[in-house]
Structure formats: structure tokens, C-alpha cells
Design a protein around this ligand. Structure first.
Ligand code: PHE
Length: 374
């Protein structure tokens, strides 16, 4: 080639010039080809040991590496092609650098994992925990208060049958609660009449407990209940109740009143008063609604208590003898009382929650307000 070049140089200047151009063009495309191959080669590497990584660095970015070599050759590239070739060269350099960084991060991560595996004394990572839901806080407080006076916790299924939710609790067959408008049915119109449904109250646990245990019975049953209601600030189709039941010989209405008074004073403060208003439930006789003196205005009258000074918080009464007998407890020997309250309602009063829907929205700004956060 050199010989040829020298010979031609003497022969024709024009020809010499063309040859030079060709040589340079050839050089450029060859260089481009080399760059392309290197880029592809680098891109294909997916993992490397520490040693391989160092070798890679030396091969490309070291003093005698590919990059310096190519930059040296860059001087020979025709001026009009320099810009484009410069871009390509930088692309190669960047590709090499990025790959090295990427593989390094990967190797470090792997090393860390191995270290954690090996080092069992290493402290675990801190997992950030949420706060206790207000309904759980109130539920736990109710359980706590009643457990101090001898109540234990009982639970029952959320998918229930007609017997435990209605029939054993003395609901007549035509009672409106048995209507589709009020109850969610899983299996309706069964031949044996024992439809399957979502429990509408935790009173079903009363029945299950009486069927299973002998008096004295002193239990509370906290749990989720379901009613076919339109959702609004004051009503929801899913909510929570705590039912209480006390059965023994000689249990009277005075015992009921005393137990509830104790609960209210523990829950809302020593100065809170109660009043019982006659009411009706199929499973209790006599029945009552219990009000507490307004926790906001202390009985003076405000918007919350609709200027009555009282807030209704639960239903209660003496267990109807029919219910005792249906559940296998002799109503001639034993008597008892039952009460039931909504946890949402108690939490609304305790924490001044205005809209029931907030309990279920899981808005972190709402949930974080409550004490008991851990
Ligand atoms: N089960 C009733 C309700 O859901 C509450 C209640 C329980 C009333 C026990 C009296 C006795 O409204």
C-alpha cells in the first residue's frame, strides 16, 4: 500500500488527493465499525465479578485502553467527519462507564445480601407500622372495661342462619328485619326455612353461647354486622357492634343498670350520667334504650345532642324467657340481661367523628389523628 501510494504520488497529484480521501473514508468507516462492535459487546455483559469488572475498566477506560487508543486515531479522521465520529466515540465511552457503574451497583447489592444472610446478628430493618384504627381502639377499650367486671369475649360467624339471627331471638315470621330491604341474604327461601344471611346484629352470638355454655354466662361479643342500608354520614351497610349477655340465677334489671353505669363512667368519664327509656326488642322484655348525658355540652344542650342534653348509645333489656328456652336454658331457673351498642357510634362521640364513612376510607390523615399510635 505504501509503495503504491508513493508511486502514485509521483505520478499524479490529483490521484494522490483522491487516494488520500479514500484512505480517510476507509479509516472512518472502519473506526465506526470498531466502535459499533465495542458498544454491542459491552451491552451484552450482564454480570461480572469484582475482578472482571476491574478488567473491563482497564480494557476500556485505562491508560492503554480502547478509548485512549481510539481517541488517538481520531486525529486521522477527516475534518468534516469529526463531529459525527466524536459523538460516536463519546457514546462508546458513556456506554462503558454506565455498564461499569451498573455492574458495580449490582455486585454491591449482591454482596450486601450475602452479608445479611451470613450475619445473623445484624439488626433488622425498621418496618414502619401504622396506627391503631379508631374502631379497634374503642373496641379494645370496651373489652377492657367489661373484662374488669368479669366478662369474657365470645365470637361467632358473620355468615349466619335465620335461626341464630332471628328465630331463636323471638322475631316473629313477618318481622320487617327478615325482609330483603333490611338483610343481606346468601341463600333465601330455603325449604327448611333456615335461610343463610349476613348477621344483622351480634345478638346471634348470644344464642350460640347459650346453646354451648351453662350459666353463669357473662360475655361480650364484639363483631362486624351487615344491614341493607344506603350509605350516608350516619349509616353504613357494614358496621360493628358489641353485644353483652349476663345469665345467672336472680339477675335483675338493677344489675343491668349498674353494669351499664359502670361502663359509661369508665368510657366517658366519672361525671357522665345515664337514663333508660322504655323501648322494644323481640328478644328482651322489658327493653330499654340507654342515653348518656351529652359528652360535649354536659347536658346543657348543643347541636350534637339536638339540644336535649342526652345521647342515645345502646339498646338493652332482660332476656325474653322465650329466648332462654329456645337456646336450652331453663327460664324458670335463670334470668339475664343483654345489651348491644354500635362501636362506630361510641367512637364518634369519643373522638368527635362527624361522618361514619371516614372509618372505612382509610385516609391516612384521618387515621393518624388518633392516640394509641405506635
Ligand atoms: N341487637 C340490637 C340491635 O342490633 C341491640 C340489642 C342487643 C338490644 C341486646 C337489646 C339487647 O339493635
Amino acid at each position: 500500500m505504501l509503495f503504491c501510494f508513493l508511486k502514485k504520488k509521483f505520478m499524479c497529484f490529483n490521484y494522490f488527493f483522491l487516494t488520500l480521501q479514500l484512505r480517510k473514508t476507509h479509516k472512518r468507516s472502519k473506526m465506526e465499525e470498531i466502535i459499533k462492535q465495542h458498544i454491542e459487546k459491552i451491552r451484552q455483559i450482564s454480570s461480572a465479578t469484582k475482578e472482571e469488572l476491574e478488567n473491563l475498566r482497564i480494557e476500556y477506560l485505562g491508560k492503554k485502553g480502547v478509548m485512549n487508543d481510539l481517541f488517538a486515531k481520531f486525529k486521522e479522521v477527516a475534518p468534516e467527519k469529526r463531529k459525527e465520529m466524536g459523538i460516536r466515540l463519546n457514546e462508546l465511552k458513556q456506554t462503558a462507564q454506565q455498564k461499569i457503574d451498573e455492574l458495580k451497583a449490582l455486585a454491591e447489592e449482591k454482596a450486601e445480601q450475602n452479608q445479611v444472610k451470613d450475619d445473623l446478628t445484624k439488626p433488622s430493618e425498621i418496618v414502619s407500622l401504622g396506627s391503631t384504627h379508631p374502631l379497634t381502639l374503642v373496641r379494645n377499650e370496651i373489652i377492657d372495661i367489661f373484662s374488669r367486671i368479669g366478662y369474657t369475649v365470645q365470637e361467632g360467624p358473620e355468615i349466619e342462619d335465620d335461626w341464630h339471627v332471628f328465630s331463636a331471638l323471638n322475631f316473629p315470621p313477618e318481622h320487617p328485619a327478615r325482609d330483603m330491604q333490611d338483610t343481606f341474604f346468601v341463600e333465601n327461601g330455603r325449604e327448611d326455612g333456615n335461610d343463610v344471611l349476613l348477621r344483622t346484629h351480634t345478638s346471634s352470638v348470644q344464642v350460640r353461647t347459650m346453646e354451648r355454655m351453662k350459666p353463669p354466662i357473662r360475655i361480650i361479643a364484639p363483631g362486624r354486622v351487615f344491614r341493607n342500608e344506603a350509605i350516608s354520614a350516619r349509616a353504613h351497610c357494614i358496621f360493628h357492634q358489641v353485644e353483652g349477655l349476663y345469665i345467672d340465677k336472680g339477675v335483675s334489671f338493677a344489675d343491668l343498670k349498674q353494669n351499664l353505669l359502670y361502663f359509661v363512667k369508665e368510657m366517658f368519664g366519672e361525671d357522665t350520667e345515664i337514663r333508660l327509656r322504655p323501648s322494644y326488642f323481640p328478644f328482651t322484655e322489658p327493653s330499654a334504650e340507654m342515653d348518656i348525658s351529652c359528652t360535649i355540652c354536659k347536658g346543657e344542650g348543643c347541636n350534637i345532642c339536638k339540644h336535649t342534653g342526652w345521647l342515645e348509645i345502646m339498646g338493652c333489656g332482660m332476656v325474653d324467657p322465650n329466648v332462654l328456652d329456645a337456646s336450652g336454658i331453663d327460664s324458670k331457673v335463670y334470668s339475664g340481661f343483654a345489651f348491644g351498642m354500635g362501636i362506630e357510634r361510641i367512637a364518634m362521640l369519643k373522638y368527635d367523628v362527624k361522618d361514619l364513612r371516614q372509618y372505612f376510607e382509610n385516609d391516612i390523615r384521618f387515621l393518624n389523628q388518633f392516640s394509641g399510635a405506635f
